[in-house]
Design a protein around this ligand. Structure first.
Ligand SMILES: Cc1cc2nc3c(=O)[nH]c(=O)nc-3n(C[C@H](O)[C@H](O)[C@H](O)COP(=O)(O)OP(=O)(O)OC[C@H]3O[C@@H](n4cnc5c(N)ncnc54)[C@H](O)[C@@H]3O)c2cc1C
Length: 437
């Protein structure tokens, strides 16, 4: 079979590229190994509840991408308000932690605020430049100070990343880790203030259908989507791909949104140094337990960060707190996220911990409230930005670019990307293929 453009992976990046090629009447074949398109943006329905692969909330920074999405999805997306908090020392503090210390024990507030001021003064007078910090741990100490680091930044990030924080660079943070602001940090030590800081204070989300509304709208009416068909092997010099169906395809251009190490493993004749480097790329995985429960909304929070060791999960929340229609009337929903590294998650043990702690937090009064439980495993969910990541990724992307392959999306670029950036990369790639860029 001869194909002009072969697109491997039907998540947002692959689908967005296909949508734009279709608009320009350019032929393509999209192969997706799962039976449903959407990648991480698929949604599961169970007993009247709607669950995503953990909270998936849509926020835009680029008006042109927002317009592109709204044209496809129409008025299904509604504006929602985030209510994010941190649970520590037996109390809830508004997000971000560094600007909302009121209500914490006085010793903790003192350590946090004085530590922050000391760090801020040190930066001011010593000329220390935090972006040049040698690793994430050092950066936290320079920017947040000892108290905020010890009480939140270190334990939370250790739980999420599952690697020593000295091994992480700061290149992933961007808008994801808001730096403390002096006045807000001091004021927030005395007064409880609902904060709208951070990149996702509001977001868009549909009433019905969960986040899969988005990939479904992009995929609607697209020709040549081959679902349940994985890419198996690639010969870049002959521009030939083998599919899991046993068929092979000769392509002119290949767009891949497969995880970069997976793409490397499928590529025949990849130079040994690159193949070896690709195997060193790391990611942490997420085990996500979703509960549909009987009874009224137990918490007013969209999500809650848990830095303390007592809680094995790093984040938990309730989508029904901001989107009541994800649960049937008289019911609500909860989700819990456990991060794991090389170990295999134990669903029974994690379920037990989730129920036990949700009861302790009084989000759940009895296990009998649980109407349905949906466990979702997200292997390789968060790319680990260790000191080797940038160099390895640049080397691999350069190699693929020279061989006419566009590796795109959160895992194709091996980055900490959003839904918006996955769609943007898909659209941009279609323009390159069409010769518009
Ligand atoms: C826990 C978590 C929470 C998140 N929350 C948010 C959020 O609130 N807001 C936000 O904007 N973003 C969020 N994101 C990021 C967002 O999910 C991603 O940026 C986006 O969905 C990535 O789309 P993609 O197409 O690049 O990748 P994917 O969705 O991973 O798509 C890649 C596709 O390739 C397919 N594939 C893999 N191997 C093969 C093969 N051999 N052959 C064929 N197909 C293959 C996969 O099945 C998959 O469908 C979150 C991510 C995670 C992990």
């Amino acid at each position: 079979m001869r194909i002009k453009t072969l697109i491997a992976g039907g998540g947002l990046a692959g689908l967005s590229c296909a949508r734009e090629l279709a608009r320009a009447n350019q032929s393509f074949l999209l192969v997706e190994k799962e039976e449903r398109p959407g990648g991480l943006c698929r949604t599961i329905q169970s007993k009247g509840f709607t669950f995503d692969y953990t909270g998936h909330f849509l926020h835009f920074h680029k008006p042109e991408i927002k317009e592109w999405v709204l044209k496809l999805v129409g008025n299904q997306l509604k504006l929602r308000k985030r209510h994010a908090v941190i649970y520590s020392q037996g109390t809830y503090s508004e997000y971000p932690y560094q600007e909302n210390n009121a209500g914490l024990p006085s010793g903790v507030v003192r350590e946090n605020v004085l530590g922050y001021l000391e760090a801020a003064l040190h930066r001011r007078f010593s000329g220390v430049n935090p972006p040049a910090a040698k690793n994430f741990k050092a950066w936290c100490l320079q920017v947040f100070g000892t108290g905020l680091s010890r009480h939140f930044m270190f334990p939370y990030n250790e739980k999420l990343w599952k690697v020593p924080l000295q091994q992480l660079t700061t290149h992933w943070m961007g808008r994801f880790v808001p730096s403390p602001r002096v006045l807000e940090t001091i004021q927030g030590a005395f007064i409880k203030q609902a904060s709208q800081s951070g990149y996702n204070a509001t977001f868009l989300y549909p009433d019905q259908g969960g986040i899969s509304v988005l990939p479904r709208a992009i995929a609607q009416g697209l020709p040549n989507l081959s679902l349940g068909v994985g890419l198996q092997k690639l010969d870049l010099s002959r521009k030939k791909a083998w599919l899991e169906t046993g068929l092979d395809a000769d392509y002119e251009t290949l767009v891949s949104s497969l995880p970069l190490p997976r793409l490397a493993a499928l590529t025949m004749g990849l130079p040994a140094a690159l193949a070896k480097a690709a195997r060193r790329l790391k990611a942490t995985s997420i085990y996500n337990i979703n509960l549909g429960i009987k009874g009224s909304q137990p918490i007013p929070y969209s999500w809650v960060y848990f830095p303390e060791k007592e809680f094995l999960f790093h984040r938990a929340g309730s989508v029904s707190s901001c989107v009541p229609t994800v649960a049937p009337k008289g019911h609500s929903s909860l989700y819990v996220e456990f991060s794991y590294g090389n170990s295999k998650p134990d669903p029974q043990a994690l379920g037990k911990q989730a129920i036990q702690k949700l009861k302790k937090l009084k989000w759940l009064s009895s296990e009998k409230q649980v109407v349905t439980r949906v466990d979702l495993n997200l292997p390789g969910a968060y790319v680990v930005y260790d000191k080797d990541r940038d160099k390895i990724v640049a080397g691999l992307l350069d190699y693929y670019r020279k061989h006419g392959v566009y590796s795109v999306g959160r895992y194709g670029r091996w980055e900490y990307g959003s839904m918006e950036s996955a769609m943007e990369q898909g659209i941009e790639t279609s323009r390159k293929i069409l010769g518009k860029n």
